[in-house]
Design a protein around this ligand. Structure first.
Ligand SMILES: [Cu+2]
Length: 208
């Protein structure tokens, strides 16, 4: 939480100014340096995004869109949070009110959710598969795998609830990952089908 750290930094620095005699100017200068470093960190590496939304039909300002109301009913809820720093990032997905007792695939995708399920684009890859393009998504397990992409496959319980977490040792490039998509089955790791998880059932906008 960069903003909290900055507020604390400012408070400490005013205490120093108020409480010290001759050394105050020097200490204030140090405190100012610390603040600048923290600001720098938060702009360069720190990622802290969380989204909480209810699924609904597509609308231009919809945060979470369902394309299949049997699997993902209108009003079902989703929470996604992403934190990243120092060359690593962590993802957590929590859903409630989905179709009970079934498997879903789920990944981080490149584009925002759209009216057409395909609008969310391919999976975000840390190292892009050189053989893949807009018409031919990556199916090479050397690239389409849960170390090079973010996979959040899950299975719902008898109430339609589930939670999943994932962790990778990289941080997505700013602006290049924009949604989490739910699919109809768990993700394949097979050669030639790696990354495939069936139809897109729903999508939540998560702009990283
Ligand atoms: Cu996907």
């Amino acid at each position: 939480m960069p903003s909290t750290r900055l507020v604390i930094g400012a408070a400490v620095s005013s205490l120093l100014i108020a409480g010290c005699g001759g050394g105050a100017a020097e200490e204030e200068a140090e405190a100012t340096d610390d603040r600048q470093e923290e600001t720098q960190d938060s702009q360069d590496d720190a990622l802290d995004v969380s989204v909480s939304a209810a699924f609904g039909p597509y609308a231009e300002d919809a945060e979470a869109v369902t394309y299949d109301e049997e699997a993902v009913p209108e009003g079902a809820e989703v929470e996604v949070s992403v934190t990243g720093e120092d060359g690593g990032s962590e993802y957590s997905l929590s859903v409630s009110g989905l179709e009970a007792n079934r498997e879903f695939g789920s990944h981080l995708h490149t584009e925002p959710c759209g009216e057409d399920p395909a609008d969310s684009g391919p999976h975000y890859q840390n190292e892009a598969d050189p053989e893949a393009d807009a018409e031919n998504p990556s199916t090479d397990p050397a690239y389409a795998n849960p170390e090079n992409e973010v996979w959040l496959d899950f299975a719902t319980d008898e109430n339609g609830n589930a939670e999943q977490e994932a962790e990778v040792d990289w941080v997505p490039r700013e602006g290049e990952a924009n949604s989490v998509v739910l699919h109809e089955e768990h993700t394949s790791e097979e050669e030639g089908a790696a990354g495939a998880a069936g139809d897109r059932l729903a999508c939540v906008n998560v702009a990283l």
